[in-house]
Design a protein around this ligand. Structure first.
Ligand code: ZN
Length: 219
């Protein structure tokens, strides 16, 4: 069973490796980053396999091993969360017609449809900053490894600077504060201080979940 899990891990589709590699690189910073912890466990499991004699344990051992595998995949599934319970993209990252001026302007974030919704932390991390300004309205900035994510135009801030967050922790309520034509959640993402498309994180979340669902189905 252990070996099967190891093989399955090795067979993760190549298409999701780049995003995963990026997050692995960043994941060493928050100590409680579950994805990293899981991968470490798996690496250890692989190393153990080479040294261990073939498993000839009783069925209870096999059952226990299956339970451990199941728990690992469930934990990994739960290590990520979409920022809203329902994801609908209103406006993507990149150049667009500015809703205020009508002129072509770079949109440095991703707009998600929202109506008084709870805004969730996407993975483990820390609250870097909370505040309010004319452009972003009420905002919360979270750090996940080398990535920082900001949630803007909130009606309510439910996070405190310096606090640790776990995936699915509610950090605010969506709204339309600041430079906003209507309620939505504006998400920005920075890697090493440089703006990147937040859909990188959404894609990563999707790939982790898909991987876990497939692994659990095969156990
Ligand atoms: Zn926006």
């Amino acid at each position: 069973m252990k070996k099967e899990l190891w093989m399955m891990t090795a067979a993760i589709p190549l298409c999701i490796v780049p995003a995963k590699a990026q997050f692995n690189t960043v994941a060493t910073i928050p100590a409680r980053y579950k994805v990293e912890v899981l991968r470490t466990d798996m690496n250890n499991a692989g190393a153990t396999l080479e040294n261990e004699a073939p498993v000839q344990g009783a069925s209870t051992d096999i059952l226990a091993s299956a339970d451990i595998d199941k728990k690992r995949w469930i934990d990994r599934y739960l290590s990520v969360s979409y920022p809203l319970r329902h994801i609908r993209i209103n406006s993507p990252y990149g150049y667009r017609k500015d809703p205020f001026t009508g002129k072509k302007r770079f949109h440095g974030g991703l707009d998600l449809h929202a109506r008084g919704d709870e805004v969730l932390a996407m993975m483990e991390g820390v609250v870097v900053k909370v505040g309010q300004d004319k452009a972003s309205g009420k905002y919360v900035i979270l750090r996940h490894g080398k990535y920082t994510v900001s949630y803007c135009h909130l009606s309510k801030i439910l996070a405190v600077k310096g606090a640790a967050v776990r995936p699915r922790d509610v950090v605010g309520i969506t709204g339309s504060t600041g430079r906003s034509t209507g309620e939505h959640l504006h998400i920005t993402c920075k890697l090493d201080g440089k703006s990147v498309n937040p859909s990188v994180i959404l894609d990563y979340i999707q790939s982790v979940r898909q991987e876990c669902v497939e692994a659990l189905a095969g156990l």
